[in-house]
Design a protein around this ligand. Sequence first.
Ligand code: ADP
Length: 491
Amino acid sequence: MTTEAVIQINYTPTILVVDDEVRIREACRLVLEGCGYGVSLADTGAKGLELIRDQHFDIILLDLMMPELSGFDVLAQVKALHPDTVIIVITGYATLEHSVDAMKKGAFDFIPKPFTPEHLRVTIAKAIDYTRTLRDIADTRSRLRTLVNRISDGVMCTNHEHRVALANPAFLRMIGCAAESVIGSGMDDFLDISRIREMIRNALDMSDAPAMELTEEIPIDGHGQSEEMILNVRCAPFRDRSGRNIGVITVLHDITALKKMDRMKSEFVSMVSHEIRSPMNSVLMQIQVILDGLAGELTDKQRDILTRAHLKIENLARMTTELLDLARIESGLITLERESVAMADLIRDQVAFHLPFAASASIEMVVDVPETLPSVLANRRNMEEVLSNLITNAIKYSPGGGQVTVSAAVVNDYLRIRVKDTGMGISTEDQHRIFQRFYRVKDEKTRYINGTGLGLSIVKSILESHQGRIKIESQQGEGSRFSVFLPILTG
Ligand code: ADP
């Protein structure tokens, strides 16, 4: 049973029989009450209309040929009063002409006199099915309308001409629109945020990939109520049965408070890191002085302990530097300084830089990059950091030697850079987690490999701030392949 069926409300259909022949009225009552329906009777058109004004009927069985007010007059008035009432006409002399005429005026069906109880039952059952469907549609629409109007996220639905079919109060509030309703308006008439309009247009033009949507975080002014709002905007096209895009659903989620908290957290982390970095560097220098023998001879045991302490503090110092980097990237400071970066040279430089480290780990480095590649608009230091992190990891997590290949190619409007290794690989479960801050895979193989768990979260943050993304393919024991996508600088 479907959920819809579970919450369907049971009701007894109500039927009114309007006929001047007592024999017909009573026969109908007998048959229909026998089926469990609620039946009312009227012997003239006028009495029928009186009842209809007082009470809603699902179905009206209406004799066309009655003295005074004819069935056709009653039909016209019922259609005006209750357009959703289903009318079945009873035709005394089975002329097709009358029946067709009545159907044209809005009757659902007709029964020619004389009719059998079975014929009546079948015709009524068909009509009840129809009213049930109408009622279900009306209920579903009302449920949906209440749901959409109550939720705190902004929701708008536009058609293929960008006209509004639905926009809830939260949507209008978030975009700063004072109008009560914008149903039927073109979005250009009331939606002042050009980036959202652009996203809706792009979503409508999106090709046939299923479940595709456009997502963006857009800062907008707070319409006099607050300083600035940050909206998470999602636009998804919806399609007709032949798969054509026929409109777009836009959902707005206010993430201002979340962003503010995130910024405060980053500021705190960066303040703490900054404060502990200098004392840690001075401890490192002092240990180095002792290790160099400048403070007197050391026993082997003392040297061993101090070397291990030095290594641990070095790790901590690296972590504070990386935390500061991450805080800077997330605050958007670094990415402001962007330039056109020739990636082919940058990749080759990074590979050359890591050659000694690879050699010390018995790893062969392979570069497969075309002579020239299109440029990307990026922060050069960020790009070096992305490659350096991926190459270092590829070498670090390939303990038994092997090969690391760095390649690049143009894929659609993106530059794809791949770093592939033949190392230990990453389990499917961990592939989702390794981009989280401080996450490190903990097992026998990684136990003695140094790291902070921050490298990949830095890579991810950098790529997000460059409108790029990263993808990982890996199998445990068989190596990993990280693919970075960066939008190509056009024009
Ligand atoms: P770190 O290397 O400092 O621990 P990262 O954020 O760079 O931090 O990586 C997170 C984790 O992802 C690592 O601890 C490691 O377990 C796993 N990892 C990253 N790159 C690879 C790789 N090429 N092969 C196998 N595991 C990897």
